[in-house]
Design a protein around this ligand. Sequence first.
Ligand code: 5RP
Length: 221
Amino acid sequence: MNKEKQKEEIGKYAAQLIKDEEVIGLGTGSTVKYLANALGKRIEDGEKFYAVPTSYQSMQLCINNKINIVTLHEFTPEKAFDGADEVDPSKNLIKGRGGALTREKIIGYSAKDFFVLIDDSKFVEQLGSKFPVPIEVLPLAYTSVIKRISEIGNPILREAKAKDGPVISDNGNFIIDLWVKIDNPKTREVELNNIPGTIENGIFTRECKTISIVDDVIDVK
Ligand code: 5RP
């Protein structure tokens, strides 16, 4: 099964875990889009869903599919659903290719169950093998953060594609991509967040359930 088909099947499967009237955390990215679209179909048939979105893209998915948008101030979702860029054998993650890592972490870490939707290209032996660790930083601190993390790996300020200059996150900040192999995800996650000016980083170490496809069959671990 090709990657896009895997994403579609995984998204549809995840949607079946959501009950009518349930409040969920809705992640960001191309896999979660299939989940939102599947909920949209059920809404056309009369069901109702509520979501705390993790980004403007996620908010747009809600609007387009008529999923009611709510906030963490009002609800703590039992379940949050999101994609990932890398997953190691202990189910630690790198997230944030789409720049939404901060809200994704706030919402993903608040939910009772965190479901991670991943096609088979996302499995790695060690975090940092294919993707950098994104770090959201206050613009005024980006040079001082880069100086500090240069001791750890190779930091690159993320440049915008359709705008001159850096990417601006949904929260108005810069994103630095740190290329580094991660030996101890839990320690690194805390260490990066201790650097002044850092808002959040894309290493996720909370317990999660992965939904993937193995030999053309859905696999939940
Ligand atoms: C965005 C993310 C995404 O969840 C991650 O990049 C996976 O995306 P996709 O499902 O498109 O592969 O972390 O910030």
